[in-house]
Each structure stands twice: as C-alpha cells, then as structure tokens.
Design a protein around this ligand. Structure first.
Ligand SMILES: [Zn+2]
Ligand SMILES: [Zn+2]
Ligand SMILES: [Zn+2]
Length: 265
C-alpha cells in the first residue's frame, strides 16, 4: 500500500529583502527573467487534500493570489524572523470565511516571539474578523499531521536557531548556517532536499551555495533545490554552473513525490 502523493510548491525563493531589492538596479533586479523575481521564502506542502503552509512570509498574500490558494489547513513555522512571519495577518481572510482556527506549529521560543510580536492576534478581547484565529501547537519532536509523520530538524541559524521539517523523503531546511550531527541523521535517505543557499559569498547566518551543495552531496540527495536566494544569483547564468541534481528554486515551482505511509512518532 502506498500513501498519498506529496506535492511541494515553492511559494517564495527569495531572501529577506526579496528580489528585486528595493532601489537596486543591478542586472538581476532589472531582469525580465521571471525566475529572477523572488518573493520572501516560503513553501506549500500538500498531501491527502490538505494544504500545509511553511511560514507566513512577508509576501504571503501575493503568493496565495498567484497560486489560487483559497484555504490553509495548517502552518509550520521555521523561526520567527520577519521575512518568515510577517504575512501572518492575511490568514484572517481564511479564518473569517471558514470560522475555524488554523493550527500553527512552532518551537516554544518561536511561539513566544510570534505571540509577543502579534499580541492582538492572540488577545481574547479583540473582535474576531480583525485578527486571524489560530490554534497554537508547540513542536517538541516528531508529530503526526493529517496522517503523515512530520519530523522537526533542529538547525543552527547564525547566533540563533530554526527548525527544518521532514515529511516522507522530502526535507525543507531553512534558515541555516550549520546542521548539527544529530540533525544530519534525520536527513538520511531523502529524495528531495530544499535548502537555504543564500549567495556565493559567506554569511554568518546562512549557508553559501557551495556549502549547501556540499550538504546535499554528503547526504547523497538525488534532487536538491537551493532557496532563500539573493540578487547575486542570475537564474539562467548560474544554473548552468550547478552540479547534476542541484537547481535553484524559483517562485511557483512545483514537484510531486511519492510519500511513504505514516508511522507513529
Ligand atoms: Zn529568512
Ligand atoms: Zn539587485
Ligand atoms: Zn532567518
């Protein structure tokens, strides 16, 4: 027996500024190539008819319009940096229509940060309609979501941390500058890896392109998408330089892979 198929949509492949960068007139920011146009980093996973959003990026509304999203069943948060969270208010359009709360999942510290930044959302006094209705869930380890095991992957993100997520043989690993050994073991046997690969030059809080490629090589992943990209990457030009099995993610990109049957965590 095989489980339902697992589909990934890259909602946003860009770094925190998005590309084009405001006020920048470089070749990539001025490029007519659609794959050089990058909204803030986010992804949509679908299995069994459910839509699972990873992060509510600053550009969430535009991403949802572009992909024709009319509901969300759940949100998994990686961390609480602005580019991954600031689209949260637009969830209210969905919860207003359905009348049901959307479950959100994150590590304790991320939930605390979100609840502090957006206290109006979690206030009991504000009228519903002006805020999204969200049901808060703390991620402490693997959990079952709509029949699939979701495995959190603890990551080093500069001086902070974030959570990647693995579902079946797909892992989504942003934002990160290092992967602890205990987390690497959770990434064995992947079919698809989506990984933070900011730019060519070093950065304190993100993998470079070559570091991300090295992670994919060590894990022997057959297909890797590099995401959270800056305007240093010119999609057509730099794609030609990537090794086989590695490509730059782009907004609106989709792929479907068979996912295994759920196991109890
Ligand atoms: Zn980010
Ligand atoms: Zn630029
Ligand atoms: Zn970040």
């Amino acid at each position: 027996m095989t489980g339902p198929s697992l589909k990934l949509t890259v909602l946003g492949s860009g770094t925190s500024t998005g590309v084009p960068v405001l006020g920048c007139h470089c070749e990539v920011c001025s490029s007519p190539e659609p794959r050089n146009n990058r909204t803030r980093c986010s992804a949509l996973l679908e299995w069994g008819g459910r839509k699972i959003l990873i992060d509510t990026a600053t550009d969430f509304r535009q991403q949802a319009l572009r992909e024709g999203l009319d509901h969300i069943d759940c949100v998994l948060y990686t961390h609480a940096h602005a580019d991954h969270v600031h689209g949260i208010d637009d969830l209210r359009t969905f919860t207003l229509r359905t009348g049901t709360a959307i479950p959100i999942y994150a590590a304790r510290g991320v939930l605390d940060r979100i609840q502090g930044l957006f206290s109006y959302i979690f206030s009991e006094t504000d009228a519903p309609g002006y805020r999204p209705r969200l049901e808060v869930n703390e991620v402490r380890g693997p959990f079952t979501l709509f029949g699939q095991v979701v495995t959190p992957i603890p990551l080093v993100h500069g001086p902070g941390e974030s959570l990647g997520y693995r579902i079946g043989n797909l892992a989504y690993v942003v934002d990160c500058s290092a992967i602890p050994e205990s987390s690497r073991r959770l990434l064995e046997g992947l079919d698809v890896l989506v990984i933070d690969a900011l730019r060519f030059r070093e950065h304190d809080s993100h993998f470079t392109i070559s570091a991300a490629i090295e992670v994919a090589r060590q894990l022997q992943v057959p297909k890797t998408l590099l995401t959270h990209l800056t305007h240093d990457i010119d999609y057509p030009r730099h794609s030609a330089e990537l090794p086989e099995g590695v490509e730059f993610a782009y907004d609106g990109q989709t792929l479907t892979l068979p996912s295994p049957i759920a196991q109890e965590p």
